[in-house]
Design a protein. Structure first.
Length: 316
């Protein structure tokens, strides 16, 4: 997959690209609804003898338009989004830098410059896709704005338990720690990637060494607590328990960001500096403060047993 980063205003000529079938959307999470849109574009490209493409935007529009107090957290930061779209077998990914100038484009200007101007012959988008200044362009206005220069397909709403599969729903479940409900929406377990860093090494002194992870993207961090996770490092998956928290048993002051520590079962390799991925399966319990180390150790042992039981159960 070729990735093309575009700054507005772009200098791309129409004949810089072959004829394209383009999936349009923001695609945070690349969830099952998004996959339906993207795979439909891929299928139509094959049928028409054209190349498949996806257009997304970075950063999230709310960051630029001032709706977000701070930077936004993502289900899939851009690196993850690129990898997931590439796995779907797409030929081109256009990443448009979302700026204030770009946000001010009228719907017709967006279509002229970013659809017709990029040699897009067919557009595939979800029923609720909007474009142009203040989202005034919709799939209902697309026929008018197309100037008969391209055709388009509208992908209907995908639901799960009568609820629309959406990034908003996934974010809400993530913030509630409902990790086990995410595969039905994402088509996979939620994952975060980071680097193994040096922590205070207290875990090893109490018999439960942990890998401290510094995330490498603006991921949504699940709520404080203990989770069943799988951990990918050096080309292999391992089972473990992960603590997201401020270590209240040892610290009276909370750091701004919680620490993410994984106790990997039956593992004793030196992995400092390695890239690792956490796959989040189940929220076991909330973070709690213990009266002392013995009580903490007993609880971690129980967490480990609960996690082992969970992984045994899902293997059946």
């Amino acid at each position: 997959m070729e990735v093309i980063s575009i700054e507005h205003p772009h200098q791309i000529e129409k004949n810089d690209f072959p004829e394209l079938v383009m999936a349009l959307g923001y695609f945070d999470g690349v969830h099952l609804g998004h996959q339906e849109v993207i795979l439909q574009a891929k299928k139509m490209a094959r049928e028409k003898g054209m190349k498949s493409a996806v257009m997304t935007f970075d950063p999230h529009p709310s960051v630029v338009l001032g709706k977000s107090v701070k930077h936004i957290e993502y289900i899939t930061p851009l690196t993850d989004k690129k990898a997931l779209i590439s796995e779907l077998g797409i030929d081109y990914l256009f990443v448009v830098h979302f700026s204030k100038d770009f946000a001010h484009l009228l719907p017709q200007e967006f279509v002229d410059q970013y659809v017709i101007g990029l040699n897009i012959q067919h557009v595939v988008a979800g029923f609720d896709y909007s474009y142009g200044r203040m989202g005034k362009g919709t799939m209902e206005t697309m026929p008018f704005h197309s100037r008969d220069q391209f055709s388009f397909t509208i992908v209907p709403k995908l639901t799960n338990n009568n609820e629309k599969v959406s990034s908003t729903l996934i974010r809400s479940l993530l913030h509630q720690g409902k990790m086990e409900e995410l595969p039905m929406l994402l088509g996979r377990h939620y994952q975060t990637t980071g680097t193994v860093i040096h922590g205070d090494k207290r875990g090893r002194t109490i018999g439960f060494p942990t890998a401290n992870i510094q995330l490498t993207g603006d991921y949504i961090i699940p709520p404080l607590g203990v989770y069943c996770v799988r951990f990918f490092v050096n080309g292999k998956w391992h089972e473990g328990v992960c603590n997201v928290g401020h270590k209240p048993t040892f610290k009276s002051q909370s750091a701004a960001l919680p620490s993410i520590e994984v106790h990997i079962f039956d593992f004793d390799q030196d992995i400092y500096g390695q890239q690792a991925t956490i796959e989040w399966h189940l929220h076991l319990r909330k973070e709690q403060k213990f009266s002392g180390v013995d009580e903490l150790v007993a609880q971690i042992a129980e967490d480990k047993q609960n996690a082992l039981h969970y992984f045994e159960k899902i293997k059946v």
